[in-house]
Write a protein that binds this ligand. Sequence first.
Ligand SMILES: C[S@@+](CC[C@H](N)C(=O)[O-])C[C@H]1O[C@@H](n2cnc3c(N)ncnc32)[C@H](O)[C@@H]1O
Length: 273
Amino acid sequence: MAMTVPTFNAVQASLWLTLCGRALDNRLSRPILGDNMADEVVRKVDFDYTKLHIPTSSAIYIAHRAKKLDEIAQRFIARHPDAVGLDLGAGLDSRALRITPPPTVDWYDVDFPEVVGTRPRMLPHDANPHPIGADLIEPTWLDTVPTDRPAVIVADGLIAFLSEDEMRTMVCRIIEHFPSGEIAFNGYSKFAVWAQKRFAGAESIKAVTRFPGFDDPRYPERWHPKLKLVKEILCTREPEVARFPVGLRLMNRLTAPSTAVSRRGNVVLHYAF
Ligand SMILES: C[S@@+](CC[C@H](N)C(=O)[O-])C[C@H]1O[C@@H](n2cnc3c(N)ncnc32)[C@H](O)[C@@H]1O
């Protein structure tokens, strides 16, 4: 018998979009991420993903950006085996299972208590090294996280739900907490924010999307003097595009030469501090 689907508010329920996106990617003949666990969780709760109207292209983009964020975390951990890792707005993602940090790394998954509270029943024990149930805009959630180790912080699908002021305050707190580190998140261009409010596949989050978006990848550098852009990853130019279905691949190939047009789509922003 399927598990009961947990009840979440609209912001928390956005986790189904990304989880189902990765599960649908996993069901493709040539998955981009191959997130078996996402697929397993969606099957376990028998979640009716059809009501989310996620087109294959969106599922692929969701999986692709997750892969780029995984790679950033993996590379950082390879250079800093004593690192602390944080997944902000982790939802029901099992990133720790995908990136398999060594035991010397402490990995924290942060989300609202209602979401973090459901993780142990949805995900295996090793997908939940250090859960933190908190509202990320509150100042105290970092209190239990070590302050003396380099940190890699990823946020996949989170920033849409924060105001710019909340995002800036949270980023500044993180930078002040650790001696050094890297932070990466999927970008929201002004066009992406505009499109998200009109796109059927994002119907469920229209009303709770708050981030205004920005186009210049250096824009967040003004949030804190230590924050420096490492790379703007325009996904149209990434090697995984070669594995996209033909129509989507062609569209990405045509878009790739234009930075301005690529920025309107799937982008991962990577910073150091
Ligand atoms: C689109 S989902 C992405 C979930 C996950 N990162 C993934 O890729 O599947 C956004 C997540 O951010 C969380 N979130 C949004 N605002 C938050 C806040 N202020 N504090 C904690 N979590 C938040 C939501 O609960 C949700 O799980």
